[in-house]
Design a protein around this ligand. Structure first.
Ligand code: SF4
Length: 376
């Protein structure tokens, strides 16, 4: 097993690697909006968006977000609903909630000035070791090494590291390597160059070694073993869940509920519903979930459709039904708030992806909603 550590990195190889990488980045780096600034707030925002979003998809969100909330103070003052609406469609909404609460913490504890020490930055909600190192190196030029998926892939190939980067041992090995290879004094540019090489050249499936500035220095390329790195942990099957939701109508208005802030997809709106319990009919689950979430009784009338949706750690099949309001007064039992709204108002609220797929199937209220229940 080849295990690269500081002992196996020769100083000359290290120098050539850094020099070649920086020269390549100077010529080849992409013109991206967050590279035009060193404002820590903008760098922070871009790093959070890029955590689980492709560069091309993140650009319009990044620009729109900064136009709407150009400073940490303005982000802190904004209502969470505004922040979530700006984030709508990007997914992983915990990022937006954490961004918002971190901005409030920065205003409270540091008068709105982004902190510049590793411990304080790492203590902010939603900021892990990678993001803290990225912000501090890019915005403040501090000698902090970053380790993300791109960096892991490049390093594992460059040095033929036989340890999976996502294993406990791998995390230590790759951190140590990244620190040993860091171009001190130029960490911001160096980190971006390494990540850019991983994104553009040393790609997961088909690395373009013939265009790589490190080809003559890369052990995997020299051995023709690029595809064997990085080593992977054995895959675990992704669990699947059966979910039932009700679009509950009272006259021509339908009911939406807001997920509690601490829950997954917290702060977003949804049609009430939830997991189908073992042995339970899907329609029974709708009635039970609506009662548990908003405290009203409803009757399932007709199927709207079935949606397949994937999250990072599980996937769902979501069965949606038109339901008729029967009785009870809506209350926030398993949600943080609820509203009766017109169908046309749906776009004013931030919904998660699976619910949004349902919008396409909801072009008009069902015919039977014309007859409003007595007293409504
Ligand atoms: S030579 Fe190929 S495998 Fe090696 S770092 Fe460059 S792109 Fe990756």
């Amino acid at each position: 097993m080849t295990l690269a550590t500081d002992k196996t990195i020769e100083p000359r190889w290290r120098q050539r690697t850094i020099r070649s990488l920086l020269k390549w980045y100077k010529q080849e780096n992409r013109d991206l909006p967050w590279r035009k600034t060193r404002d820590p707030y903008a760098v922070w925002l871009s790093e959070i968006m890029l955590q689980q979003t492709q560069v091309r998809s993140a650009i319009p969100y990044y620009e729109r977000f900064l136009r709407a909330l150009p400073t940490i103070d303005e982000l802190a003052r904004a209502d969470l609903a505004v922040v979530l609406k700006l984030w709508e469609g990007l997914g992983y909404y915990a990022r937006a909630r954490n961004l918002h609460s971190a901005a409030r913490q920065i205003v409270r504890e540091n008068r709105g000035k982004f902190p510049n020490d590793l411990q304080t930055v790492s203590d902010l909600p939603g900021i892990g070791p990678y993001t803290a190192a990225a912000i501090l190196s890019i915005a403040f030029d501090q000698d902090q090494a970053v380790v993300d998926g791109n960096v892991e892939r490049v390093l594992s190939r460059l040095l033929c590291i036989d340890v999976p980067p996502r294993s406990r041992e791998g995390r230590k090995v790759f951190r140590q390597l990244a620190e040993n290879l860091l171009a001190r004094g130029k960490a911001g540019i160096y980190n971006q160059a390494l990540m850019e090489l991983g994104a553009l050249v040393c790609r997961p499936r088909n690395p373009i070694c013939s265009s790589c500035p490190l080809q003559s220095l890369c052990r995997a390329a020299l051995a023709g073993q690029q595809q064997e790195y990085p080593k992977k942990l054995p895959r675990r099957p992704r669990p699947h869940r059966l979910v039932a939701v009700g679009v509950v109508w009272q006259g021509d208005r339908l009911l939406i509920a807001r997920r509690p802030n601490h829950a997954m997809l917290g702060g977003l709106w949804e049609f009430p519903g939830g997991k189908v319990e073992p042995g339970e009919e899907i329609e029974q689950a709708v009635v039970r979930e609506v009662r548990e979430e908003v405290g009203i009784d409803c009757a399932v009338e007709e199927k709207i459709g079935t949606i397949e949706h994937g999250y990072t750690h599980f996937s769902i099949t979501l069965h949606a039904f038109h339901c008729r309001y029967l009785n009870g007064e809506a209350r926030a039992l398993g949600c943080s708030e609820w509203r009766w709204i017109q169908l046309e108002q749906l776009s004013e609220f931030a919904f998660p992806g699976a619910n949004k797929k349902l919008f396409a199937l909801l072009s008009a209220p069902p015919n039977w909603t014309q007859t409003a229940p007595p007293g409504f």
